[in-house]
Every structure is written in C-alpha cells, then in structure tokens.
Design a protein around this ligand. Structure first.
Ligand code: AQP
Length: 344
C-alpha cells in the first residue's frame, strides 16, 4: 500500500474533548467525576464539551424527553462554570463528522476488541441479543467524538478508561493501516479523588442516571431538603469512621461517603479520616450534608434559572455546533482522502 500523497496540518497540542449523555438526572458522579473537572481545565486547554445525544439513543429515548434533557444537561454544564465563550458546548448530532468518522472506525475496530468492553456487558446484561447494535459499537462512536477533533486529552471518569484505551487502539491501527501519522494518541485526564462515585444505596454499583432508585444518587437539580434526606438515608455500616483510609477497606458505602466529602472539599480521603476518625456516621452525615448543600445549591439555582431560558440555551448550542463543525469538517476531508474516498 502506498502512503497517500497528501499533507495535513499538525494535530493541535492541548485540545480536550469530553461528553456526557443527555439522559436526564445529571448527578453528583457526573459532576465530581467529569463536569467539574471540565470547568477547571478550560483555562489550560481548548475545551470541546459535548452533549452526546447520538450515544443516548443507543437505549431508546422518548424524543420530547431527549430534547428537554439536552437543554437541562447544557444548563448543568453552564452552571458548573463552563464558559461557552472560551469552550465549545454543543450537542453531538449537530456535527455530521461524528457519525461519518464512526463508520470509518466501525471498519477499523475489530469485533474482538468490542467484545471485551465491560460497559456493553453491564448495560446489555443478560439480554445481549436484544441490545441495540449501536450500544455494541458505542466505543467506536466515542473514538470518533474525540478523534474528529484530533483531541489530545480526554477527561473521563474511571469507568470510561477502557473506552479511551480502545480509542487509542483505533487511532494507532488507523495510522498503521494507512501509513500515516494523522491521529494523536489521546491521553486520559483522571483525577484521583472522585474518580468513581458509587450509589448511595449500594457501594458496589456506580452512581448512575439510569438507576431506577432516585435515592441512589444526588441529582444536580435536587434541593437542600432532598440532598439532606438522601444523605441521611445513605447506606453505611454501624462502625464509627476510621482515623486512617486503610480502615475503609471492605467498607464500600463508608468509603464512598468519605470519597464524596474529600472531593467536595477539595481535600483527600486521608485528611477526611484524620478530621472525622472516631465520629459516628450520624455526625459525619450532618457535616457532609452541610458541605454538599453549600457546594451544590448555587449550581442548582442556576440550573433552575436556565430552565426558564430555553432560547438562550439553544443559542449556546447553535453557536457551539457551528464552531465544532468548523473544526471537524476539514479533518473529515483529510480522513476521507487518507482512506481513499474520491472527493470530486
Ligand atoms: N458514578 C460516577 N462517578 C464518577 N464519574 C462518573 N461519570 C458517570 N458516572 C460517574 C462520568 O460522567 C461522564 C459522563 O457520563 P455519561 O453520562 O456519558 O455516561 P455514563 O458513564 O454511562 O453515566 P451514567 O450516569 O451511568 O449514565 P447512564 O445511567 O445513562 O449509563 C463520564 O466521563 C463518566 O465517566
């Protein structure tokens, strides 16, 4: 195979891409594990932040609810401090390059690679035969989301690490197959604390939008009373808090609450154990409630305000969509050329 006789601009140096599914119930895990970090990174990186509506429909979504959830999630990103002038905020379906590149990647990725994805196994459950094909190839679309912009960094939660590794494998295989050095190897940006927030009802399951129990998560739209009630009812064990993190081994629920406290207070689990070692969970939960309400209520208030401003939110998405299309379109042209698609 001959190397294509075309030149292309170098990949950007500090470009971040990340996304969240607009499937309703944006929660504390999404915030601490992802969105808060996006807002913090926007000064050092060119941020492209996406409401991944095409990923959302891998599981059926009611169209009216999906539209409302896209607006609500956009409000969540804005309320968390992402500046739409500095960063790009848009919904995925506005940029055809995502779907176009995903098709190319469907032809690059191997069945064996996708068969190993644990999230598909978790989400498809026992009913694998009835899962959508989209759910199976979800990681290829995620690779396309990142690489359509030749993004260099991806802030993801711990749970998305395997998908990011797949995106790196796809980038590498594409470059090898076509004899080019086109795609960068996107690097994860993972924070230590809050990498994975677990359900308040079950320390072995991650906090998730689709958990049928609302008590399992703190939604970003929950008011102070709801937050207090959920923390009060959060599962723990009868023992007091340990003075050292090692004392949290085998105590998944306790560990989760300590992790949430550490993340919300920008400290470490070690420090939280030092401060609260010997306290009962009843006392610790009071302190956690105070902290959570203090940190989350300004965001909730802003989300409530933006819920009354749909035209403003739509304007942000429209502007972001245009800017994202302008970045992706020339890359897709390069990619189609590399692949050998005749573009007369
Ligand atoms: N529990 C979590 N702890 C830390 N980070 C989390 N993220 C999600 N849950 C947690 C991070 O949030 C970003 C956006 O996630 P997503 O909505 O695109 O997909 P998801 O991981 O499938 O989230 P959910 O809440 O579990 O949604 P459903 O129930 O719809 O599947 C990602 O960076 C993710 O790591």
């Amino acid at each position: 195979m001959s190397t294509p006789d075309i030149s292309f601009p170098p990949a950007p140096e500090n470009r971040i891409f990340s996304g969240v599914q607009p499937t309703g119930n944006l929660h504390l895990g999404n915030y601490l594990g992802a969105i808060r970090n996006w807002a913090r990174l926007q000064d050092d990186y060119e941020g492209i932040y996406c409401l991944v509506d095409m990923h959302a429909i891998t599981v059926f979504q009611d169209p009216e609810e999906l539209r409302a959830n896209i607006r609500e999630a956009t409000a969540g990103l804005l309320a968390a401090g992402i500046d739409p002038k500095t960063s790009i905020i848009f919904n995925q379906s506005q940029v055809p390059g995502h779907a176009e590149l995903a098709w190319v990647f469907n032809c690059v990725a191997r069945m064996g690679w996708l068969n190993r994805m644990t999230q598909f196994k978790d989400k498809a459950g026992k009913n694998r035969e009835r899962a959508s094909v989209g759910l199976f190839v979800y990681p290829n679309l995620m690779a396309a989301d990142i690489l359509a912009y030749r993004a260099t960094h991806v802030p993801v939660g711990e749970d998305q690490k395997q998908h990011l590794e797949l995106a790196r494998d796809i980038a590498q295989k594409f470059n090898n197959d076509y004899g080019v050095d086109y795609f960068p190897q996107p690097e994860p940006v993972i924070q230590k604390e809050a990498a994975r927030i677990m359900s308040l009802r079950d320390g072995s399951a991650k906090m998730s939008k689709s958990d049928p129990s609302d008590a399992s998560r703190i939604n970003l739209t929950d008011d102070a009373d709801a937050i207090a009630k959920k923390i009060r009812k959060a599962r723990t064990d009868p023992e007091a808090l340990p003075g050292e993190v090692d004392g949290l081994a085998e105590r998944a629920e306790a560990r989760n609450l300590v992790g949430i406290f550490a993340a919300l207070s920008d400290s470490t689990m070690e420090d939280v154990c030092k401060d609260f070692g010997g306290s009962s969970f009843a006392d610790f939960k009071k302190a956690l409630t105070e902290l959570a309400v203090d940190k989350l209520s300004p965001m909730t208030a802003e989300m409530v305000r933006l819920a009354d401003e749909p035209a403003y939110v739509d304007g942000i998405l429209r502007d972001g969509g245009e800017r994202a299309r302008d970045l992706a379109a020339p890359n897709l042209k390069d990619i189609y050329n590399i692949v050998g698609f005749l573009q007369p």
